[in-house]
Ligand binder design. Structure first.
Ligand code: HEM
Length: 273
């Protein structure tokens, strides 16, 4: 018998790991192909500030903004019905944005704005790790023999105190929610920042205790598994700040940008020199 929730879950278009992998490989192949033919294309038409190049830069910048917006969208009530759609859109749009940014740069990857490209590579690598690797490791962690050993009385007592503290916080943050399935959303952070922060700290402590009990503590792989989101978001912030700075320089300090790029004159659309 199918439940309403079951129906919804089936209707969700969830990209599989294989589909995500294929999509990213296709983007990479397109980029390699484009960079291979680039030396044979008319430079005036494809350079970063040409009509085509600059337009691609703008589209890439807008797509990065959209990808950044899709991520919190899945946590906003009302847009919540199909969270996997937002996650899939985030991956599809973010990947395309990265490709277009490299096409826009037209091979000038070692120039000053090239560090934005470095941030983009970091962003993608962490995203790929998060989507394709982290979850697998997570499940493997739950399948360790240690997961089925009874907890020591001390560990069990510590965990039950912690869960009681979390329950008390959930009762204030979202009275209708259950501690076991509750997760913080932007609305909680906005309405009750102090409570949300206390809950987050307890969730981290609980996570550490669970991992330690499974004998999974230590090593870069585990550090990454717990922190990849933070690193991914730091690269995202760097990318967006880099794009903002680059847009300001090329559009409002065009003479300076031309000199830095070794161009005799400003050849792109801009507001002031
Ligand atoms: C999306 C991320 C972006 C990256 C990674 C990026 C990267 C680059 C790189 C590496 C160059 C070559 C610099 C050089 O030749 O010295 C460049 C040039 C240029 N970019 Fe972008 N860009 C991005 C977005 C944008 C956006 C949104 C605009 C819109 C105004 C823009 C406008 C330009 C212009 C006008 C040039 C030619 C001037 C120059 O060469 O410095 N770019 N970009």
């Amino acid at each position: 018998m199918s439940t309403h929730v079951g129906d919804l879950a089936r209707r969700r278009p969830r990209l599989t790991r294989v589909a995500v992998g294929r999509y990213l490989l296709a983007l990479l192949a397109a980029l390699v192909l484009y960079y291979a033919v680039l030396p044979f294309l008319p430079w005036e038409a494809v350079r970063p500030g040409s009509a085509l190049g600059q337009s691609l830069g703008i589209v890439a910048g807008l797509l990065f903004l959209a990808a950044a917006a899709f991520s919190p969208a899945k946590r906003i009530r009302g847009l919540l019905h199909y969270p996997p759609i937002w996650m899939d859109a985030h991956i599809l749009v973010g990947g395309l944005a990265a490709l277009l940014a490299f096409v826009h740069a037209a091979g000038r990857v070692t120039r000053a704005p090239g560090w934005i490209l470095l941030a983009i590579v970091g962003l993608l690598l962490l995203g790929i790790y998060g989507r394709l690797v982290a979850l697998r490791l997570h499940y493997r962690g739950f399948a360790t023999p240690a997961a089925f050993q009874p907890a020591s009385p001390d560990a069990a007592a510590a965990l039950s105190t912690l869960v009681a503290q979390k329950r008390a916080l959930v009762a204030q943050l979202a009275p209708a929610a259950a501690e076991g399935t509750f997760s913080l959303s932007p609305a909680h952070w906005l309405r009750h920042p102090a409570l949300a922060w206390r809950f987050q700290l307890l969730a981290w402590v609980e996570e550490r205790q669970v991992y330690q009990r499974r004998g999974l503590e230590g090593g870069l792989a585990l550090w990454l598994r717990r922190n990849w989101r933070l690193v991914h978001m730091s690269f995202a912030l760097l990318t967006l700040l880099g794009i903002a700075a680059h847009v300001v320089v090329t559009l409002f300090f065009a003479d300076y940008a031309a000199a830095a790029a070794g161009e005799p004159d400003v050849y792109w659309w801009h507001f002031r020199r």
